[in-house]
Design a protein around this ligand. Structure first.
Ligand SMILES: [Fe+2]
Length: 413
């Protein structure tokens, strides 16, 4: 896990000195023409995706972007009229640099405020010992996002699942159902697994997922990626986590937004670890066992117990999804704990058969399962939570309301 992001005030003198250093180092690069191609021979520095927001909580936010070459990058930030601070990412005393995928955490920012930011990346053309040779600098426009109050009154979430590489589904569904007049109707967008069929390359992650999010909303509103069983397949599957940020940098985690505690679980693959398809390269049983131990602690935590509502996001539903090893093992690992924890609602996907399953003898809370990737079967779930009620409605892509759940707070233990 990265160390705390460091921030420093942007004073006029500090900025001058910083830019002088960069300029001085940049001029060194001009003195070494044999080592470096002439500037005009190189394509301009380009941001391939971003910025996009992750993990926006009451006092922190993570800003990510990807450059097309190695850079030294930072965020310029302000919560008033000016950008007065710089945030870097620091690991083991080293400010991150000479990298392309930027994940910069703004820690200790104020709750319930609008925040301005822009991303800055300066190309690192060459590193020689402790010398850095800088190239051109990219500076983005200024964007804005909002942190919630610690005890925000209302939280709204919009949930996709299983769009399976149909990237047009993101703008289509968001523009159709994500707005009320000109007002955005969501504080967070969730992708509840199977964004991809197989993940084969960075280019695919950018083109099919990050760019559509950035173009529609993600510069100003965060999204949460929940791993599905298709994300773990393909040549690029093991590189995916670096493109997202989570609480504790784990796919399974929990966070609070106002009256709602959100627990995210990773169901892993749908078949057993020894299935021929995985060639001995997966270990989801122990991973789900590890999550069980974590979940035991989570349901005892103050944040969980004191929340008005408790929501679980998991791609593979524990029930109503057949008897393959994945759902069966998820049920064994998590089912009893979620019942004990008096969860209010579970949102899932995976089956491509949308449905709302009321609480019963197996699950003492409703389970909403979203539809599949094909037009006419696609759904979106809109969740609206206050301390007094939690409403979740499932809408099909043609606008038909599939069903709605309205809950009031249970009397908790
Ligand atoms: Fe799935």
């Amino acid at each position: 896990m990265p160390e705390n992001a460091e921030n420093s005030p942007i004073t006029a003198a500090g900025r001058r000195s910083f830019l002088q250093k960069i300029t001085a180092l940049g001029s060194l690069s001009v003195l070494s023409p044999s080592a470096l191609p002439a500037r005009e021979d190189r394509d301009p520095l380009h941001v391939q995706a971003g910025p996009y927001l992750q993990n926006v909580l009451h006092d922190e936010a993570t800003i990510m972007w990807i450059t097309d070459r190695n850079c030294f990058s930072w965020v310029e930030y302000g919560d008033g009229n000016h950008l007065h601070r710089k945030f870097f990412e620091v690991h083991n005393g080293l400010i991150q640099g000479n990298n392309r995928i930027n994940k910069i955490r703004l820690k200790g920012i104020k709750s319930g405020r609008f925040h301005k930011y822009r991303i800055v990346s300066t190309e690192i053309v060459r590193v020689s010992g402790s010398q850095f040779y800088f190239g051109e600098t990219y500076t983005s426009p200024i964007y804005t996002f909002q942190t919630p109050e610690l005890r925000e009154d209302r939280f709204r979430m919009l949930v996709f699942n299983d769009h399976h590489e149909r990237s047009q589904t993101i703008p289509e569904m968001l523009y159709r159902f994500g707005y009320h007049g000109n007002e955005r109707d969501f504080d967070l967008v969730v992708f509840n697994g199977d964004v991809f069929d197989n993940t084969e390359s960075e280019e695919q992650v950018i083109r099919q997922f990050l760019r559509p999010c950035v173009e529609v909303f993600a510069k100003e509103v965060p999204f949460l990626f929940v791993q599905g069983n298709h994300e773990v397949r393909g040549a690029f599957a093991r590189h995916i986590p670096q493109y997202f940020s989570f609480v504790d940098e784990k796919y399974y985690h929990a966070f609070s937004r106002g009256p709602l505690r959100v627990v995210v679980l990773d169901g892993g693959e749908d078949k057993s670890d020894d299935n021929w398809e995985y060639k001995g390269m997966v270990a989801f049983d122990p991973y789900r066992e590890e999550q069980r131990e974590w979940l035991k602690k989570e349901i005892r935590s103050e944040e969980f117990r004191n929340s008005s509502f408790r929501l679980v996001l998991i791609h593979i539903p524990l029930w109503h999804s057949g008897d393959w090893h994945g759902p069966t093992h998820c049920r064994e690992m998590f089912g009893d704990l979620l019942n004990q924890g008096e969860v209010d609602l579970m949102l899932s996907g995976h089956t491509h058969r949308y449905g709302i399953h009321p609480s019963d003898g197996d699950h003492r809370f409703p389970v909403m399962i979203g539809g599949g990737p094909i037009s006419g079967n696609r759904t979106i779930i809109k969740l609206d939570c206050t301390k007094d009620d939690l409403r979740a409605k499932m809408i099909r892509d043609d606008g038909e309301l599939i069903g709605e759940i309205n809950l009031t707070p249970k009397k908790k233990r």
